[in-house]
Design a protein around this ligand. Sequence first.
Ligand code: BTN
Length: 265
Amino acid sequence: MDVSQPALENALAGLRLGRVEYLPQVGSTNDRAAALAAEGAPDFSLVMADEQTAGRGRAGRQWFTPPGSALALSVLIRPTIAEATGDLSRFSALGALAVCQALELSFGLSPEIKWPNDVLLSGRKVCGVLAEAAWNGTALEALVLGVGVNVCPGAVPPPDFLRFPAASLEEVIGKPVNRLGLLRAVVESLLAWRAVLPSEEFIAAWDQRLAWRGQRVQLIQAGTPPITGRLLGLNASGHLHLQTISGASQYFQAGELSLRPVDNG
Ligand code: BTN
């Protein structure tokens, strides 16, 4: 279906948002949302694009958003004092959790989170989240939460580009998806989970969705040997709890770490 500025506004009607902007084409919605932040746009302003020509993933990787194929959106967050002084990694988990809930409520799916914030369906990545902060000295001025969902098969990059198996939502459910309907469900969930971001309930919901719980996984970090252990879940701070082969517990904060399953046979 065609997306336009009026169609986007209509799809999001009644939600407590700031500015809402639709762009047929943009470099990156995260850059556009950061520009809106610099212009003084209010909390929870949202940018959605049909096509990104310079979409970014984590660790400076490329993110593909060909026209008509994906949900590419960024939300500008003006953090409250409590949010700004809390653990910012919760914001990227917020994106993953919102997408999981939207997929569950809209399509009856059971998505999982590849810690910290990739959304998997049947073990394949359908969504990535990129949270970026704009600082004014030591004060956190704004956060941009970018969410990319592979809706149609055309959004999935060719296998040579993939570091982890990927899929599109339409491939998984076997029917066309209304992108604006999905967008509304994601935004409703973002609003609801943001309201309880500092809570134990938030960590519990994140924890409950983790892929490979109880299984052996590897944490990969550039420049250091991978760490293998059994994935036990999250601690109260949202740090990943692994039990290493020696039986010791190790905790990891979300950062430039990549999680992989190990052959559990
Ligand atoms: C990742 O898994 O590496 C994160 C991907 C994040 C992609 C989204 S699409 C909307 C927003 N704009 C960007 O340039 N990136 C994010």
